[in-house]
Design a binder for this molecule. Structure first.
Ligand SMILES: [Zn+2]
Length: 460
């Protein structure tokens, strides 16, 4: 079975030099390929140049076509299979947010979903796919995304078409996907095309079978839950018997909360373990080609960054290990840390761990008993405080503040080795700066109050 590692560049695209170290690690750890989710980091050209890196829409100055080639080459040179992913109906925010493509939104207020009925839509995604295919003439695999199509048959064109279609709104989705799959087959007859499966789950067996989609695409069944909440079910595998090949997708990062900083290894291992059981239990019903270990950088285009890759490498290593040694004990395969020489971006990971501990201390101070008891908003507003009591608050705030500022400098420097200026700025601006501001304001207040005489009466 293939073991494909998903790299989600929509958020903290990796600098090529750093990526090369990661690729070397995952080769050693037993991956067989890499799924590249470019999103707005691909150098789309011509009429598409506004959506990608040519006009630096992502702010990270990544990637140039030279860098794309270097990445594809680096993957191949390590014996890994590169698979490009281009979204083709859902998660099209990076395209449909642009005024030039606004008219192709299914729901006018949301840039997430492409209208599958308007002729320009098909033209648009075909051009995107063509750009990606041109970059990889020897592609053996391609992934068309197609997950989480949140709005269906909203626009007038779609409503009209759905009303006269055999399977109503389902037909719109299936027709769009089939058009793309046929286009891909004509371009590259031998290429294997993959898609996320969630939009297929509610479609009955007869409809799926009649659509002939089974001959054109390999569904990637994703489930990122821990074992206690993991359920895929027999009916899905019975329906998916129309597909000669199926894939599983688990997660090693970015599936544990939309603004998490750390990747709990045991949580992601539990998901792998559940998948291994599912694959073993259904081996006679489905022909599993491989597993894609997804590593999400954001929950969607507008969501903030979640776990950074350097932090998640122990989880990735452990998750790959369990697929290679499914019969070993889970505790022997779970590694919270890696040897220093195998941990690319170790300094970032260390600093993030320190920050999480410091953030806990800061929140305990900001929302803790000492502030609520001796320096709460009423007391501050009415000037009714005692310096001895707030002196301790000032001291603790000062210590936390100095440590936060030190980590801010350290992370600014270290993030610049692994990602671009926008992602580094965003991560620090989202995770450190607001905390620095709050602790700093508390420190100023406490330090000032600590120099005053004990108040005589509240100023009412
Ligand atoms: Zn529509």
């Amino acid at each position: 079975m293939h073991r494909i590692v998903h790299l989600d560049f929509k958020g903290a695209p990796l600098k090529v030099q750093y990526l090369d170290q990661v690729l070397e690690s995952i080769r050693q750890w037993g991956a067989t390929g890499v799924l590249l989710e470019w999103e707005d980091t691909f150098p789309y050209s011509g009429e598409l140049s506004i959506i990608g890196s040519i006009e630096n829409c992502n702010g990270d100055h990544m990637y140039t076509m030279d860098e794309v080639q270097q990445i594809l080459q680096a993957i191949k040179s390590k014996g890994l299979e590169p698979i490009q992913l281009v979204q083709t109906i859902g998660h099209m925010e990076f395209v449909l947010k642009h005024p030039a493509f606004r008219e192709l939104r299914e729901e006018p207020r949301s840039p997430a979903v492409l209208c599958p009925t308007k002729p320009k839509s098909l033209h648009l995604v075909k051009a995107m796919i063509q750009n990606a295919l041109d970059a990889q003439p020897d592609a053996k695999y391609f992934h068309i995304g197609a997950d989480e199509v949140w709005h269906t048959a909203i626009c007038e064109d779609c409503q009209r078409k759905a009303s006269v279609s055999e399977h109503k709104a389902t037909s719109l989705f299936l027709d769009h996907i089939k058009d793309l799959l046929i286009f891909l087959k004509m371009q590259r007859p031998k290429m294997n095309v993959l898609m996320w499966d969630d939009m297929l789950r509610a479609i009955g067996f007869e409809v799926l079978e009649k659509s002939n989609i089974g001959k054109l695409v390999e569904p990637v069944v994703w489930n990122y839950n821990v074992a206690e909440h993991f359920f895929v079910g027999g009916e899905l595998w019975r329906n998916y018997r129309i597909f000669p090949k199926v894939w599983a997708a688990s997660a090693f990062k970015g599936a544990n909360g939309s603004c998490q900083m750390l990747s709990p290894v045991s949580r992601y291992m539990s998901n792998q373990q559940a998948w291994i059981r599912e694959v073993q239990a259904n081996a006679d019903r489905a022909n599993f080609t491989g597993v894609i270990l997804t590593g999400w950088s954001r929950f969607d285009h507008y969501a903030t960054l979640c776990e950074l890759l350097p932090v998640s490498l122990p989880a990735l290593y452990s998750c790959l290990s369990i697929w290679i040694h499914p019969n070993d004990s889970i505790s022997s395969l779970t590694h919270e840390v890696l040897p220093e020489n195998q941990w690319a971006g170790l300094a970032v990971a260390r600093a993030v761990h320190s920050l999480v501990a410091l953030r806990d201390r800061a929140n305990q101070l900001l929302h803790g008993d000492a502030v609520s008891t001796w320096l709460n908003p009423w007391q501050v507003e009415r000037g009714y405080t005692c310096p001895v009591q707030v002196d301790g608050i000032a001291g603790t705030a000062n210590e936390i503040l100095l440590n936060l500022q030190c980590l801010e400098r350290e992370l600014s420097a270290q993030l610049s080795y692994i990602t671009g200026p926008r992602s580094a700025d965003e991560w620090i601006g989202s995770n450190i700066t607001p905390l620095v501001s709050k602790v700093s304001a508390l420190h100023r207040q406490a330090a000032r109050t600590a120099t005053e005489q004990p108040s005589v009466r509240p100023v009412l």
